[in-house]
Design a protein around this ligand. Structure first.
Ligand code: PAF
Length: 282
């Protein structure tokens, strides 16, 4: 496994692979890898001849008061995990490699970016689309892998690939959870012991909402009220949003008639956590 820091090096290596007709999978990450990332890597390794993992804490997707500086980083740990999971190449650029001083082009999307996390994080998805488009151009993968935990991000990236005719397939992989239900996230490391316990309210609310829908409830307000009441019973939890939206357009719906995404963002202390479920069998 190689670790490179420049776009030029990635291009040279991928060019050699393409000459041999080898397929390439890309797993874009911000590092501090956990079992959720490992599941994306495993999907890429089993579906492609070569796998590239990008590790880049993308400044463009963080708002002014967000956790860019404190975002956890550990390249030693990450490279060990990648090695164990048979990754071929890690791309770990510095910000000035990705964004030179004359950088003026952004990828912006309407509609899908406007609700859910787009309300509290208004510039976030512009940063995500821009960096992911750049990574696709640099690595030129046949397949790219993203977690369903960031369900809005996954829908947005699928839409970007469709709208801009990008020649690759985007794969969503299931949420990986701790044994007690908490969705794996690099940000879980911010939680104190007490907060870690309180954070279980997210997955409990997801389980509740999912069972109501699976048992036939189609009125979104009834599902959401039950979930919100449960989350509100946890003193350390402060709801950012709990919503049900169309899975493809990320627009709010009142009745479940098409595939939906039920998504939430909840502050546990200062840490903002997200979780969701999707329901497609309508
Ligand atoms: O999901 C993430 O870790 C990031 O948003 C991504 C896709 C790597 C872009 O920086």
């Amino acid at each position: 496994m190689k670790i490179v820091k420049t776009i030029k090096e990635v291009r040279e290596i991928v060019k050699l692979w393409k000459k041999e007709n080898l397929s390439v999978g890309l797993v874009p990450t911000m590092g501090y890898l956990h079992e959720g990332h490992a599941s994306l890597i495993d999907a890429s390794v089993s579906g492609n001849d070569k796998t590239v993992v990008s590790i880049f804490v993308n400044p463009m997707q963080f708002g002014a008061n967000e956790d860019l500086d404190s975002y956890p980083r550990d390249l030693n740990h990450d490279s060990k995990l990648c090695e164990e999971h048979h990754v071929d190449l890690i791309f770990n650029p510095e910000p000035n490699e990705m964004y030179g001083k004359d950088f003026y082009t952004y990828v912006n999307m309407n509609v899908l970016t406007e609700d859910l996390c787009g309300i509290t994080r208004p510039i976030h998805f512009k940063g995500v689309c821009t960096v992911v488009a750049k990574l696709f151009n640099i690595v030129q993968p046949d397949n790219a892998y993203f977690g369903q935990k960031d369900a809005q991000q996954l829908a947005i990236i699928k839409q970007m690939v469709q709208d801009l005719n990008m020649p690759l397939e985007v794969h969503g992989c299931p949420i990986v959870r701790e044994i007690d239900g908490l969705a794996k996230s690099s940000r879980n490391t911010y939680l104190s012991t007490e907060e870690r316990q309180s954070a279980l309210i997210l997955s409990k609310a997801i389980t509740l909402g999912q069972s109501l829908v699976e048992n036939g409830e189609r009125d979104c307000s009834k599902v959401l009220t039950s979930m919100i009441d449960l989350i509100s019973s946890e003193p350390l939890a402060k709801i950012d949003y709990v919503k049900i939206v169309d899975l493809k357009t990320i627009q709010p719906v009142n009745t479940i008639e098409k595939p939906i995404l039920c998504a939430m963002a909840v502050y546990i202390g200062k840490t903002r956590l997200i979780d969701n479920f999707i329901f497609e069998e309508v």
